[in-house]
Design a protein around this ligand. Structure first.
Ligand SMILES: [Zn+2]
Ligand SMILES: [Zn+2]
Length: 250
């Protein structure tokens, strides 16, 4: 399957997204070569049992910021003092190899099929602890960035999660209203300022519980800006679902 996708690289992103849609519908649990070692696997996630054991799972972590915590603790001191605006975060992985490479491929190398593996692993390992929302919302990309990249990696992940968890994916209620600088280049305080008023709700929201979906959470300033915006528009509970938690706060 991956080989087939590699041969599709010359096609436009729009066509590849259509192909990927078809793959999500028809081959969500297909077998194929492991994404990490190329061994044939029937695991459905396309990660073989051996490679699964070396993934940087993030089971023992703070329920609010997803940073690692000693066993038996639910919330870190920092979140107890100044809790983030969301109710709960789910981040199945630490942002470390080999998951960080997968996310990089999804985000910067148009490897959209990687979203299926990440989404399936998210559902397989964290579904039991999810409080299912009314809908999931990928963090919107600004129109200009979307044109440059050709796709929104958060939407690619949300589509898989929506399919696996049987949840609607809302891509129209909220916009990235302001173009922001690349967060990679900024420190924590600058990131917060950069994201101020970055999002706008453009259609009335009637649901009570939303989970915001993104690839990585670093300082959390992007997610926090979106969550605050949703709260301001009457959404009572907002959770954050990300594939990986980066621990570097710079
Ligand atoms: Zn493997
Ligand atoms: Zn915390």
């Amino acid at each position: 399957m991956i080989g087939m996708l590699a041969r599709l690289e010359h096609l436009s992103t729009a066509v590849r997204q259509k192909v990927d849609d078809w793959l999500i519908n028809n081959l969500l649990y297909a077998s194929g070569p492991c994404l990490f070692c190329d061994e044939w696997t029937n695991s459905g996630t396309l990660v073989c049992p051996h490679c699964l054991t070396v993934l940087p799972f993030n089971f023992q972590c703070c329920s609010h910021c997803a940073l690692p915590l000693p066993e038996g603790m639910d919330m870190c001191g920092r979140c107890l003092t100044a809790p983030p605006p969301w109710s709960r975060i789910v981040a199945p992985f630490r942002y470390a190899e080999p998951v960080s490479s997968l996310i990089w491929q999804l985000k910067y190398q148009s490897q959209l099929h990687v979203a299926r593996t990440l989404g399936l692993l998210f559902a397989a390992y964290r579904q039991h602890e999810l409080s299912l929302p009314d809908l999931i919302m990928p963090v919107p990309l600004h129109e200009k960035r979307l044109r440059q990249r050709g796709y929104n990696q958060a939407l690619e992940l949300a589509r898989v999660l929506g399919r696996v968890l049987h949840l609607p994916v809302d891509t129209t209620s909220c916009d990235r209203s302001r173009e922001t600088r690349d967060q990679l280049l900024l420190g924590p305080r600058q990131r917060e300022l950069n994201m101020r008023h970055a999002f706008a709700v453009v259609r009335p929201l009637t649901c009570c519980h939303i989970a915001v979906v993104d690839d990585v959470l670093t300082t959390g300033s992007t997610a926090a800006a979106l969550v605050r915006c949703l709260h301001e528009h009457g959404v009572e509970r907002v959770d954050v679902w990300v594939m990986a938690r980066a621990s570097k706060e710079t």
